[in-house]
Design a protein around this ligand. Structure first.
Ligand SMILES: C[S@@+](CC[C@H](N)C(=O)[O-])C[C@H]1O[C@@H](n2cnc3c(N)ncnc32)[C@H](O)[C@@H]1O
Length: 319
């Protein structure tokens, strides 16, 4: 999600985005096997469980220990449900361990961070509320944003701000971060980083906090968000059963582009030289695109501004 969109919703709860549309996209079979790769606060998982019968299964994953605690409280007594802490890049492995390879009926990925992660200043994601500069979805693994910024070169920081934050003034902001570190010591709080970035940003976009892009870039880098997405997309075909569905909700163009390109590539099937006569059957597409990209309607946007940047794409595994 965009940081700004998420922070516009100041409540501590997480309103699931495109809930009806994404659960419908999974075309749930009551006795099917489903994966929720981004449990968050369980909004989507809850809706999936409501449609599953006693023989259905839902395996959920999240990097965030708070999400795991929520899952245990909410669904710990439900024998159809299981939660595993870690990245959704381990889905194929988890599925294999359960003997579910090629048998899964649906995978849901609702990418990015949750509102509670953004709203809790102590998690260090927010440019609005001051807190320790952390930004890790799993605070017990990898390095914090503060530790990374304390060591990284201005050119490395600029690459992250440009590639992952799509920040036009990446070089200038990166230089300001390093200068601040040299003058006043390591940047340890979100408030100080937000000020350094804001002061260095020469042109503020309308309706967008000047720190939005830089915070997004650093967060994506710290959590390996795009690398994880590429990894899990590469597993999907091995996991799903024919007719099984993949539904992915993205919150910015970097994610959505990857999802769109993956789905289009696999829906096109094999690559052949352009002058080779090939029948439709020889192309053997791996998936079928289900409808067009779905965006939130007015009613959802009225109650959840975070949904503004959400895009849902759906695909179905072919034989
Ligand atoms: C937008 S929220 C999901 C909200 C959820 N659908 C709900 O209804 O509450 C994204 C969640 O996915 C988790 N997450 C993001 N990337 C992840 C990854 N690569 N592996 C596991 N969890 C991830 C985050 O920690 C966060 O809790």
């Amino acid at each position: 999600m965009t940081e700004q969109g998420a922070q516009a919703n100041s409540s501590a709860e997480h309103l699931p985005v495109l809930l009806e549309e994404s659960v419908k996209a999974l075309a749930i079979k009551p006795d099917g096997i489903y994966l929720d790769g981004t449990f968050g606060r369980g909004g989507h998982s809850k809706a999936i469980l409501q449609q599953l019968g006693p023989d259905g299964r839902l395996l959920a994953v999240d990097k965030d220990p708070e999400a795991i605690r929520t899952a245990q409280v909410q669904f710990g007594d439900d024998g159809r449900f299981e939660i595993v802490r870690g990245s959704f890049t381990m889905l194929e492995q988890e599925v294999k361990q359960r003997g579910w390879t090629g048998k899964v009926n649906g995978i849901l990925l609702d990418l990015g961070v949750s509102s509670p992660q953004l709203d809790d200043a102590d998690r260090g994601f927010s440019f609005r509320a001051d807190g320790p500069l952390d930004m890790r979805m799993d605070p017990e693994s990898g390095i914090s944003a503060a530790d990374w910024l304390a060591e990284a070169s201005d050119s490395d920081i600029a690459v992250v701000l440009k590639e992952y934050g799509e920040e036009r003034y990446a070089k200038r902001i990166a230089r300001a971060i390093v200068e601040s570190r040299v003058q006043d010591g390591p940047i340890l709080t979100t408030g100080r980083l937000a000020k350094v970035v804001t002061d260095a940003n020469p042109r503020w976009e309308k309706n967008k906090d000047p720190a939005t892009r830089s915070f997004q870039g650093i967060r994506i880098y710290i959590n390996r968000e795009l690398a994880d997405l590429d990894d899990v997309l590469a597993q999907v075909l091995n996991i799903l059963t024919p007719g099984g569905r993949l539904a992915v909700i993205s919150f910015h163009s970097l994610e959505d582009r990857r999802v769109k390109q993956f789905m289009r590539r696999e829906a096109r099937g094999g690559e052949f030289p352009p002058d080779l006569p090939v029948t439709q059957a020889q192309f053997k597409p791996n998936i079928r695109l289900v409808g067009k990209a779905v965006r939130a309607g007015e009613a959802e946007l009225a109650v959840n501004p975070r949904a503004r940047s959400a895009v849902l794409r759906i695909a179905e595994r072919m034989q």
